[in-house]
Design a protein. Sequence first.
Length: 462
Amino acid sequence: MLYAAVDLGGSSGRVTVGQIKDSKILLTEVHRFKHEPVQSEAGLFWDWQFIVDQVIIGLNAASDLGPITSVGIDSWAVDYGIINKKGEVIGAPHCYRDGRTDGLMAKLKAELGVEYIYSRTGIQFIFFNTMYQLVAEKSSAIYLDADKFLMVPDLLNYLLCGAISTEITNASTTQLLNVHTRDWDWEMIEKLGIKKEIFPKINKPGQQMGVINGFGRLDGIKVISVGSHDTASAVAGTPLPVSGDSAYISSGTWSLVGLELKNPVTDKKAMEFNITNEMGVEDRIRFIKNVAGMWLLEESLDYWAQSGQIYTAAQLAKEAALLPKGAVIDANDPRFEKPGAMPERIAALCKQTNQKIPQTPAEYARCIFDSLADAYVKVLDQLQQAAGVKVNSINIVGGGSANKLLNQLTATATGKTVYAGPVEATVLGNIITQMQASGEIKSLKQARELIKLSTAQEVYQP
């Protein structure tokens, strides 16, 4: 059986076909595309129609390989689109880095109380959470015409098969889901003055949402709800040991450092550390904290490219490995949150902290990697304290797991054994959820054993 996984990140998307062959999961990437948000007078938006068109191109390419059993969609979190009472998608989804939420987080924390919000949702306070986006949306004409809001993967599901529902792993990132009841927090929604009727029903990974309709030869393919937050799929696709003593880092545009728990932790210590409790596949809790991640390097590469200096992340990582440790900065400093001249901001922070300013792109890359490893140490300590667990190893997955220098720096800085890979954890997590829905595999435990057999991991010692 063939399964199509649509995986959308903040700067690129891809469609991959998965199948079990010779007792291993075989992946075939059939389409990949780059995309970026578009700035207009009205704000920063995703290039929505382009994304939709590319997904359809990818699904058609998947169908070239044979009959597709089902499709599952995952994407970045917090962003959404709106449909009106006629069922039309009105406007493109805002990009989470848009400035419309500036100042709202502080305002709502003061009005509702930090403990009130966190004890109910267990979600990390970040300025772009859906809660602040919807409050900012209340003054717009689109909001007044809204029938439902749908997270990005759910919006694509709607376009493919007409389902109006929100998958729980992405719903949990909104800061509007009660992590204890696993339903929308209606009391808090009322306090915020957001229309209750725009909230869709909630579903879990593995549920069939419908079949594709209106897309020619794609029609009839089942649409399966997967861990629609890409990190939820990435964690599902991480071959974590059953002992529960391993942390994970989903390394991409963001680095998500976390533990997999059975129950949420929403006490004062977790709140002070600003750790998030997001829902995972099979009702697991993703106890996670965000670190800036490869965003710092991606923006730096764009900055240098504007002056004709073209580099790749792999090239700079190779050069940086030959350099000594230099400046170490706070990778989560607020000045790095928005797009822009990242090397200039790094230089300013180095100057402010009386450290030597990097002079070459390779030196900037080394600074970024050392700073990420330093951030991992701090976050890992906070996670262990808050959850009351001891971690013995770290599993790094995602695109960043191919960065040998960062892997070694992480092992050395944390004093933990690092297992790197699979790079394609998100796609694997998406695919195994579809395989469970079809009955081809029986459990997440079995799926992770299959993933371990199917992928090669590199080991890094402190």
